[in-house]
Design a protein around this ligand. Structure first.
Ligand code: BGC
Length: 738
């Protein structure tokens, strides 16, 4: 679509405006399409009807590189006379976004562009594009901001502000047809109760932490107001608590006009489980007319898991809702406070699980494109994408964050078996590895630089953010890992990766010399010349294959000892946690893996579950044993990173894992690892090669297995007693003595 940006003739700040034109077809219409985009957020309607299912259009992209436009087929909607109206608000592009809230990162005003393309039955064509003939009207949405919320005033007297003005400033934006899935309204949750808190505040509990907004149907008196605040949790006394939103106000105001009104935000969303009624009309609160609407990108659910342990089921549920809340157009860290940013490290940690829960191909196609667009010339990848920080104040080019550019394409390839994702991103993957190669003082290690570390690990004291694992260690370990992924991707693509093979050898050699020899790491579990040896150090060495085969047993023992030293608990952060159970189960230490999975002592996955979590917490200790909060600053109750444990539930507990040569589950292993405490497992995965099912249950001293292998696929079944066979499509039953 060609740029034809227009803006309001007056500066409206954070108030919305509607851009309107009339259109009458000249003769019989064969087809008509309306293409629309905004710098900001838009909602388009034709003859008063909202177009499309999508909300919060055109979504969140790396605006400086590309802005999506949406296409609506309006053929059947056109009448003799038509009114096209596009209402716009600030949204991600113009409102407060990123931690540097002093500036509008992408533009200081919203603008829209649209084109109606009509093809008549006689073959002739007509185009209506946004220009100075469009009228601009004020809107009842008098204020909107992604972080701060929205004010809708139905008493607002809509007035003509004048004709639209051509917006030269927006011509720099590059338009692309929609790539990602629509952002849509999904579940509608009824409140579970109206609470009057000890402070006397009226609070509605929806029973589920989520991202989206609240809809009210109400008839009040003209001028009466509904003002609501949002929160994820109540404090230890049962009072409303939202200090963890930091700078984000998340406040919604509706001003009633005396008619039957139905309200919900249009240009903002909130992360919440509770709302507080700060002002409410003088009528009884009717919970039947209040709903929380979950908003996220449209994705098909493909993974299902349940077992005989309700706490594990809740953990799984919390992960699913973590994904629903944070896959809102881009993979975000959290949906509520003044971030909601595409933090690359969080996305990296969670993407394998995400690709099993839902079909996320389209979702990542868009975001990986933004990552490609934002990768620096030198290959560096920032901590967030889209990067919303001013040029003086970028996020870090950090190990384990930037590595999303190798890990995400690889995981998508594994999950769906389509090499296109590798092909599309191969250059970006190589450039990132080349960046690491040239970063730091040592050629084959990444030493120095600023990193986020093993974010929120618990081994460096309670108030520490980066954990105890040396940043140099993490950076060099991920350097090796990403190089390995480039080699594997190159092999799939038939590319010559000899250079990366040699590089990988050199990195491994240097890694050993620097971090593991002369036997410091191997001999002394407590201290290292290059930094304290942590659980995460050992997990990375083992999971990324940074040691010699013969060294594995000793390193595994050390990991077990370190876990034991912390009272059989893991103290890993965002970097070590996704792999720790894999490393234990790969070594055959299922007992300890399940012990960690089932532990309820903090830090553990079930600690938050036993403390009432309905989504994953950011910090292991977000609510401490004494009921107080870990911090105000970094305490989201909806951060999915630790939900990465679910890939272990699918892949090891239920035992469904794709092979790399049969990526996309064309060829996969079925090697469940039962555990009495889980009683039974029911797991299904709708893969691109068909539906796979894995079930097991205990009966007396026997374990029953039932597998479904889709036709055309091949499964290597391995049972706990060592029995193994390779099978094709069909249903298979086995019984094994415990
Ligand atoms: C985010 C994290 C992110 C981190 C960088 C935080 O503010 O919420 O999830 O990865 O910064 O360490």
């Amino acid at each position: 679509m060609k740029n034809s940006w227009i803006k309001s003739p007056v500066d409206l700040g954070a108030a919305s405006a509607s851009f309107v034109t009339e259109f009458s077809p000249e003769s019989e219409v064969k087809s008509a399409q309306l293409l629309v985009s905004a710098i900001g957020i838009f909602q388009a309607s034709l003859n008063g009807e909202k177009l499309g299912k999508g909300v919060l259009n055109p979504g969140f992209t790396s605006y400086n590189n590309r802005v999506q436009f949406m296409t609506y087929d309006v053929t059947s909607l056109l009448k003799a006379q038509n009114n096209i109206s596009i209402t716009a608000g600030n949204g991600w592009a113009v409102g407060h976004m990123g931690l540097d809230t002093s500036e509008k990162v992408f533009s200081d005003h919203y603008a829209i562009t649209a084109k109606l393309q009509v093809v008549y039955a006689d073959g002739s064509e007509q185009q209506i594009v946004t220009d100075e003939n469009w009228k601009v009207y004020s809107s009842p949405i008098e204020y909107s901001d992604i972080y701060h919320g929205e004010t809708v005033n139905l008493m607002h007297q809509v007035k003509l502000l004048g004709n639209a003005v051509k917006d030269e400033a927006s011509y720099k934006f590059n338009l692309v047809a929609q790539i990602g899935p629509d952002i849509v309204e999904n579940e509608r949750l009824a409140p579970i109760q109206l609470i009057v808190t000890p402070k006397g505040e009226r609070v509605i509990d929806f029973g589920q932490n989520m991202a989206g907004y609240v809809e009210f149907k109400i008839k009040g008196k003209a001028g009466e107001k509904i003002v609501i605040s949002h929160a994820e949790v109540l404090d230890a006394d049962g009072n409303f608590y939202n200090e963890n939103y930091r700078g984000a106000k998340n406040c919604i105001t509706y001003i009633l006009d005396g008619n039957d009104n139905c309200f919900k935000p249009t240009f903002s969303f909130q992360g919440f489980r509770y709302i507080r009624l700060d002002e409410y009309p003088d009528v009884e609160v009717d919970l039947n007319n209040i709903r929380a609407i979950a908003v996220h990108s449209q994705m098909a659910r493909i993974g299902r898991f349940s077992c005989g342990n309700e706490k594990i089921n809740q953990l799984y549920h919390n992960t699913i809702w973590g994904q629903k809340s944070n896959y809102l157009d881009i993979p975000t860290d959290c949906p509520q406070r003044d971030e909601r940013l595409g933090w690359t490290g969080d996305a990296q940690a969670f993407c394998r699980t995400a690709a099993l829960n839902y079909d996320v191909r389209k979702f990542f196609e868009k975001w990986l494109g933004d990552l490609r667009a934002e990768q620096r010339e030198d290959g560096g990848v920032y901590g967030t994408c889209p990067e919303c920080f001013s040029s003086q104040n970028h996020t870090l080019v950090s190990a384990a964050w930037g590595d999303v550019v190798t890990i995400a394409p690889w995981e998508l390839y594994r999950a769906y078996g389509d090499a296109k994702v590798l092909n599309d991103n191969f250059s970006m993957m190589k450039k990132w590895v080349d960046y690491m190669h040239s970063a730091g003082d040592e050629e084959f290690l990444w030493l120095g630089g600023a990193h986020y570390g093993d974010w929120l690990a618990m081994d460096a004291g309670e108030d520490n953010y980066s954990g105890a694992t040396s940043a140099d260690f993490i950076a060099s370990a991920f350097f090796a890992h990403s190089t390995d992924l480039v080699i594997r991707a190159g092999e799939v693509l038939g590319e010559n990766v000899d250079h990366y093979r040699q590089l990988h050898k050199n990195v491994l050699k240097s890694f050993r010399e620097y971090f593991m020899e002369p036997g410091v790491l191997l001999e002394n579990p407590d201290e290292s010349a290059k930094g304290y040896i942590t659980q995460t150090c050992l997990v990375l060495i083992l999971y990324f294959n940074l040691c010699k085969e013969e060294e594995r047993p000793l390193l595994q023992q050390k990991l077990v000892k370190l876990i034991g030293d912390f009272g059989d608990r893991m103290v890993t952060g965002f970097v070590g946690t996704p792999y720790i159970l894999h490393v234990l189960s790969d070594a055959g230490n299922l007992k300890l893996a399940y012990k960690l999975l089932l532990s309820e002592k903090t830090p553990s996955w079930l600690y938050s579950v036993t403390h009432g979590a309905t989504t994953m917490w950011e910090h292991w200790n977000s609510i401490k044993e004494d009921g107080s909060f870990w911090s105000v600053n970094m305490n989201s109750f909806n951060h999915y990173a630790y939900g990465s444990v679910c890939d272990w539930l699918y892949g090891v507990a239920a035992g469904i894992t794709t092979t790399e040569e049969g990526a996309g589950y064309r060829k996969f292993t079925l090697a469940p690892k039962p555990c009495r405490e889980l009683k039974h497992i029911n797991c299904a995965l709708d893969t691109v090669n068909g539906r796979i099912e894995s079930r097991w249950y205990y009966k007396n001293d026997e374990i029953y297995f039932e597998f479904t292998v889709p036709s055309g696929a091949q499964a290597i079944i391995t049972l706990p007693n060592g029995y193994t066979e390779t099978v094709g499509g069909g249903v298979y039953h086995y019984t094994v003595k415990e």
